[in-house]
Design a protein around this ligand. Sequence first.
Ligand code: NAD
Length: 459
Amino acid sequence: MTQIKEQSLTAVKNTVRRQKEFFRNGHTKSKDFRVSMLKKLAEQIRKNEEKICLALKQDLNKSETEAYVTEIGFLLEEIGFTLKHIDKWMKPEKVKTAKTHFGSKGFKVAEPYGVSLIIAPWNYPFQLQLAPLIGAIAAGNTAVLKPSELTPHTSTLLADMIGDTFSSEYIAVLEGGVETTTYLLDQEFDYIFFTGSVPVGKVVMEAAAKRLIPITLELGGKSPCIVDETANIELAAKRIAFGKFINAGQTCIAPDYLYVHKKVKQEFLTELKKVIVDFYGDKPLENEEFTRIVNDRHFQRLKKYLSDGSILFGGESDEASLKIEPTLLEPESMTSGVMTDEIFGPIFPVVEYENIRTVIDFVTDRPKPLALYLFTTSEEMEKKVTESISFGGGCINDTLMHIATPYLPFGGVGESGMGTYHGESSFTAFSHYKSVLKQTNRFDFHFRYPNAKNGLKLI
Ligand code: NAD
């Protein structure tokens, strides 16, 4: 804790204390307040579109199209959806009561947790910080945001934008790395929403456990992609290349490795190589629009995987620009780093199979994946795979798209995370559902009382 100035520690403590007061005074609870704050957030995002694109270009060389589709546009859609449905989500839900409770009414009442902490990673640094915030605001919480220190331009922009839009007793950005986060995790938050790696997820859960703070963990891992012998090869190649190489593979739900049926392996690989050239050109390292690796540490980590097997396509990299070509690789062993670690980069190991049982056993022997993608036209195969393997979410005949619809809850299972968000699930994530039973005063069942003489008494 020595490196953070005493002043910053005091700032953290004061921010949480002031947010507690603000929340306790009931400012965040009315529907009008929530709606106006969501509208303010949308307005601020629209106003800063250029700055957001620039920060993402500086931090990751993200193209404007990718920045819009995966970060800005995504958030505006999510705010629009929330504004459309917030009325319904906020209303207490009347539920049936048991026969033994004749005369009474039951309600589920959504209440905000209070002061929430939202910790974000660097790969979609703008979107992954603000998407949970939409849920926090909609559900009536205050929030402290902690962006990733690995994307400093986006972190500074978030601090400026949020500072210009909201008072810090309502929503505040506290920038910093491990030390700041460690200190934040020692504060009395009412709820923690963490997006990041599995090891840090464990640190967050341990810290939350000390105070019994409820949490959502959006983590990572190795997401398998399977192409069976009945798949539409052309479409599969396009959709897999899109999901794997967008953001240079630095996507939590990117297909991590491929299992392709022996009968269609060559045909599929020929098509996949063609699609990669179509998308990124002959010289992807020179393509101005191709995202770079976030920093030198991750670049070096990824480069090591290039020697974990034989390169089928790509394999070149450029240290000066921190770029690695979209690469297909046949792993030398199923226990090499590229097949055991989350890759989180543009390197795609390709493994062939003959019997789907091998694939199911391989996946189920390992931590439950965040996503799974199956390309098939066989309903039987679809049923077999989705019923035999536990995974957070995924697609049949596509990649990534399950994350982009607010109607599907998004999240992991087991080591890939706990809890879900997006759309109504974001509101639910940041709410406690209070059960309230409203009893009638019109009559009373006396038999429940000690020493009761008659059953029912009308009042
Ligand atoms: P990370 O876990 O290293 O960092 C995430 C956040 O935690 C950052 O804000 C960082 O400052 C903080 N942090 C880092 N080390 C810490 C520590 N020891 N104690 C307390 N806080 C600490 O993750 P990352 O490298 O930023 O992101 C990549 C990982 O996130 C990948 O595993 C990816 O799969 C996962 N991810 C998951 C999702 C999802 O929605 N499930 C989305 C994006 C990324």
